[in-house]
Design a protein around this ligand. Structure first.
Ligand code: CA
Length: 666
């Protein structure tokens, strides 16, 4: 989840811990802090107020420029040290439309210029911040823009996408390929007439898009966009301004802001929410990052020898346990939620942050909009000086109200280990994963019939509520599901792999918790076997939308599966107690076979009982189902939420690599 795309799905790194090394950074604890939300730039009637938090600076100045690059300053203003470690100055309002940088003197030396850490508008490549009145960035009717109301995160269906993946392929029919504006285009289709873009999302039925990093990141040269560079964007540069390469004009600071807002507005008008992927755990640079150039050392954790600690695997890690860093994270997400109407946040390598910060993040966001939700990767990519018990690990999620974590348990159990391409899982015929799949079905909550000691990854029921769990089988990291199936089932036909993918997603979408899918898997999208495509070209990453026709049955299956989940609250129970009471596993102990019921009109469902049987083996299995008036919802790789025939129960055959779903109303 960084430029190196490392993923550590297992708890071993997080929980192995380190020997409580004394943090040499303890001197920072005595620094004064400032929680205000007006740092760096505030425009008012009196003029332009500059301020910079830098308790250790000897001197601070701001340079005001006429353009975003290649120009000399119009004015250089010295800031004066005030309360709470904040330096301040006022400039004339005539500078609106101009650009600025800060520069501090530290231990007798002037450091490099920086746009600061609170630049909300920037020019090309984000090197200079812009003096912009944010009201001038609002699209028409922005004041009435609103995201979908969310009662529980478990009602959400997440769709993870990258701007370029989604629209770059010629078959998308989209004009603004690879841009924020791609998601504002209505009525786009493939050459053969299948819906693409935002219309495709509506047709599929997902509730929220989770967009890969869209803040201003470092790797793509915004001055050279014609070269079609690609990056996931896990290399943060300016946390509070949008990425320029996704705008039509990176040199114009208003364009990236307005176009991102237009994208959000278009999605909201389609009833779709927007989740932002945020990466506060590390920065692209270290000594010359904006954090280091404003308050050297303060925002990072260090090792005993003074080097950067590296729990991110990307060269450094930030220090959320330090007050001003915590303030930064909280104020930053609050800013995106209020200025951009963002509906949810996905925290990269969340366990680098502390549980207290994450709890405060969730609380602050709920105050802005109760529909906002927060989830993250409950692991780190390396060791950290932060004690294990304070890390926002998935094993600590019960301590964090309002936070959810990805279940690597269900992910690896269904398809096989993420880092071993050839490894198979429950849905691809490898025995021994049944109990871990059950852990996923009950959203990692305590259940009398689930033996956590047999879990592959976690050995205890770490979630206290299904609202704390995100279920998935694949994401941008590692092999796509299509590629994983190709590498782990090399002798299988395409039809057999399509069946395995349908079974895998059926388990995810009928499990308790919140389902998450990777964009394009509904059209059997692959990445040519590239597992870490963070900077691969569009030829690897772009979704070929002609596959929507080639794999029309697959698309229709996914669409119907999503409809089934959305129409039936039984798949979205609210509490661990309900799950323990209403989910009953049948006494089936064959490899790659799970049979269970959701009973008692769970969570107000019209269906009294739902029977789900998953057969991950390559042979047909027989299961005994109680007598009753059952409607067949899914069978032999087909699904229809309205039903497709009836059965009286008894001994039923479940086809290889498929799900059998039955429902009865009495
Ligand atoms: Ca950038």
């Amino acid at each position: 989840m960084c430029t190196r795309g490392l993923t550590f799905g297992l708890m071993s790194i997080g929980a192995a811990g380190l020997s409580a090394a004394q943090n040499i950074d303890s001197r920072f604890d005595s620094f004064p802090t400032y929680a205000g939300e007006d740092l760096e730039l505030a425009i008012s009637q009196q003029g332009i107020k500059f301020s910079l938090w830098s308790p250790e600076a000897d001197a601070v100045r701001v340079r005001i420029y006429p353009t975003d690059r290649n120009s000399d300053p119009l004015e250089i203003i010295d800031l004066t040290k005030g309360e709470n470690g904040v330096w301040r100055a006022i400039a004339s309002a005539d500078h609106i439309g101009h650009f600025y940088t800060f520069q501090i003197a530290h231990r007798g030396k002037w450091l490099d210029e920086t746009p600061g850490i609170w630049a909300k508008a920037v020019g090309t490549n984000g090197h200079r911040a812009a003096i912009v009145n944010l009201d001038d960035t609002d699209p028409i009717a922005w004041e009435s823009d609103k995201g979908p109301k969310v009662e529980s995160i478990n009602d959400v269906v997440l769709y993870e996408m990258h701007h370029r993946d989604f629209s770059m392929h010629p078959s998308s029919g989209i004009v603004h390929k690879g841009k924020f504006l791609a998601l504002t285009e209505q009525g786009t289709t493939t050459p053969s007439g299948d819906k693409t873009g935002i219309d495709h999302l509506k047709e599929l039925g997902i509730t929220h898009v989770h967009i890969l990093p869209s803040y201003d990141y470092n790797s793509v040269d915004e001055a050279n966009l014609q070269s079609n560079q690609y990056n996931w964007g896990y290399d943060p540069y300016n946390y509070n301004a949008p990425e320029g390469s996704y705008s039509t004009d990176p040199a114009n600071p208003i364009s990236r802001i307005r176009e991102m807002k237009e994208m959000i507005q278009a999605l909201h008008n389609a009833g779709i929410g927007v989740v932002m992927d945020v990466v506060y755990n590390h920065t692209a640079n270290d000594d010359d990052s904006n954090f280091s150039l404003t308050a050297p050392g303060y925002y990072y954790r260090h090792r005993q020898d003074g080097s950067y600690s590296d729990a991110s695997g990307c060269g450094n890690e930030t220090a959320s346990d330090r007050q001003q860093m915590r303030n930064f994270i909280i104020n930053s997400v609050k800013y995106w939620a209020s200025e951009y109407h963002i509906d949810g946040f996905r925290f990269d390598l969340m366990a680098i942050h502390d549980t207290e910060t994450m709890t405060e993040v969730a609380k602050a966001l709920k105050e802005i909009n109760p529909s906002i939700f927060v989830y993250g990767e409950g692991w780190t990519a390396g060791d950290s000086p932060l004690p294990v018990e304070r890390r926002a690990l998935k094993e600590n999620v019960a301590k964090m109200e309002g936070i959810a974590v990805f279940s690597d348990d269900i992910r690896d159990a269904i398809k096989g280990h993420y880092s071993n391409a050839a490894d198979r899982g429950f849905a691809t015929g490898k025995p021994g994963n049944e109990e871990t799949v059950k852990i996923g079905i009950v959203a990692s909550t305590a259940h009398p019939q689930v033996d956590y000691t047999k879990g592959n990854n976690s050995k205890f029921a770490y979630a206290s509520s299904p609202s704390q769990i995100i279920n998935y089988v694949s994401c941008h990291d590692d092999l796509t599901l299509t590629d994983k199936l190709a590498k782990s089932m090399p002798d299988a036909s395409v039809e057999e792999r399509l069946r395995a993918a349908r079974l895998a997603q059926t388990i995810v979408f009928t499990s308790q918790g919140t389902p998450f899918m990777f964009a394009g898997e509904e059209v059997f999208r692959d990445k040519h076997g590239v597992h870490n495509s963070y900077k691969s070209p569009d030829s690897i990453n772009a979704i070929d939308w002609t596959q929507k026709r080639t794999y029309a049955d697959q698309f229709n299956y996914y669409k119907e599966l999503i409809r089934l989940r959305k129409e039936h609250p039984a798949f979205r129970m609210r509490t661990a107690e309900e799950i323990a009471k209403n989910i009953v596993f049948d006494k089936v102990y064959e490899p790659n076979l799970i049979s269970y019921s959701i009973k008692n009109n769970a969570n107000g469902d019209e269906w009294k009982e739902i029977k789900l049987v998953f057969n991950g083996s390559d042979e047909a299995k027989t299961v005994k189902v109680g007598k009753g008036d059952w409607t067949i919802i899914a069978e032999d790789g087909k699904i229809n939420a309205d039903g497709m025939g009836n059965t009286r129960g008894g001994n039923l055959t479940v086809a290889p690599r498929s799900a059998l779903i039955l429902a009865r109303v009495k």
